[in-house]
Design a protein around this ligand. Structure first.
Ligand code: CMP
Length: 140
C-alpha cells in the first residue's frame, strides 16, 4: 500500500459549531496521521485561488463567500492511500448522498456547507498542501 499525503479543510460551518475535535477524532481514529495543521481565516483572493478550478461554476461566488465567512482548519494528512481513505471518511459531497458513519453524514448542513474538504487526486493533493504549507511546516 502506498503512503500518501492529502489536504484537508475543516470548513467554517463545522468550526463555527465547535466540531473541530469531533472531526479530528474521526480522522485520527481512521488511522490517518496529522502531518501539519493550522487555523486560518482566508481572504477572498486566497479562497478564489484555492477554488480556481471551479471559477466557471455557477456556485463559485457563493462558495468563496462561504469559505471566507469564518475561520477554517487546514491540515496535511498522511497514511496508506490517504487520498481515497479521507474521501471515503468524508462521504459524498452532498450530505444527502453521504453514507452512514461519514463526516458529512454526521455533520454537514447542505451541499455547500459540507463541513470538510479533501483533495481529489495526487496532483491536487500536492498543489493544495503546498498552497497552505511550507515544507518546514510538515513536522508530523
Ligand atoms: P469541496 O469538496 O470543497 O469542493 C468544492 C465545493 O463547492 C464543495 O466541496 C461544496 O462545498 C461546494 N459546492 C457548492 N455547490 C456545489 C455543487 N453543485 N457541486 C459541487 N460542489 C458544490
Amino acid at each position: 500500500m502506498a503512503i500518501e499525503r492529502t489536504f484537508s479543510i475543516i470548513k467554517p460551518d463545522a468550526v463555527e459549531r465547535n466540531l473541530i475535535g469531533d472531526i479530528l477524532k474521526m480522522i485520527e481514529e481512521s488511522g490517518l496521521k496529522v502531518k501539519a495543521m493550522k487555523m486560518i481565516h482566508m481572504d477572498r483572493a486566497q479562497a478564489e485561488g484555492f477554488y480556481a478550478v471551479h471559477k466557471e461554476r455557477p456556485f463559485f461566488g457563493e462558495l468563496v463567500d462561504y469559505m471566507i465567512s469564518g475561520p477554517v482548519v487546514v491540515s496535511c494528512l498522511e497514511g496508506e492511500n490517504a487520498i481515497k481513505a479521507y474521501r471515503e471518511l468524508m462521504g459524498a459531497t452532498n450530505p444527502a448522498d453521504a453514507a452512514e458513519g461519514t463526516i458529512r453524514k454526521r455533520f454537514a448542513v447542505n451541499l455547500q456547507n459540507n463541513s470538510c474538504h479533501g483533495s481529489d487526486g495526487p496532483d491536487t493533493a500536492k498543489t493544495e498542501v503546498a498552497y497552505f504549507f511550507n515544507d518546514d511546516e510538515l513536522v508530523g
